[in-house]
Design a binder for this molecule. Structure first.
Ligand code: DQA
Length: 146
């Protein structure tokens, strides 16, 4: 069974109460529960991690190399700043789908740049919590295509 790590970055632990007009009222626990259901339907194994710390996220990506077959990452604001996270994903050579709840391209110009996109198989943004399920669908296709 293919295995996927869903990794969330800074401030996403506050989902549900954080700027609900931008990010919705779904909590991170709700997102993870929905992902677990979708993963089971797809026949994927899924694990979850969240950190507010860039280095901890990098360690989680490194550790994923020997355990998981793909990554779903919402790196929060590190998306727009972190060459180190981009390098970590490039280093482990796992297919990664980048997710954002909001449509980052319709927001402030500093959110239009994503370092992670350079190492993602694709980016899903603007669909709220559903984006995570779309990312699992996309990874499932990628991982089951020879
Ligand atoms: C976000 C978008 C980022 O710009 C922001 O810093 C976040 C959340 C999103 O899911 O829409 O923390 O990644």
């Amino acid at each position: 069974m293919a295995s996927v790590l869903v990794l969330n970055g800074p401030n996403l632990n506050l989902l549900g109460t954080r700027q609900p007009e931008v990010y919705g009222s779904t909590t991170l626990a709700d997102v993870e529960a929905a992902c677990a259901v979708r993963a089971a339907e797809l026949g994927l194994s899924v694990e979850f991690a969240q950190s507010n710390h860039e280095g901890v996220m990098i360690d989680a990506i490194h550790a994923a190399k020997s355990v998981h077959d793909g990554l779903v990452i919402n790196a929060g604001a590190y998306t727009h700043t972190s060459i180190a996270l981009m390098d970590a994903v490039a280093s482990v050579e796992l297919p990664m789908v980048e997710v954002h709840l909001s449509n980052i391209h319709a927001r402030e110009p500093f959110r239009h740049v994503s370092y992670l996109s350079k190492v993602a198989i694709g980016q899903i943004c603007g669909f709220g919590a559903q984006g995570y399920l779309m990312a699992l669908d996309a990874l499932h296709v990628r991982l089951s295509t020879p």
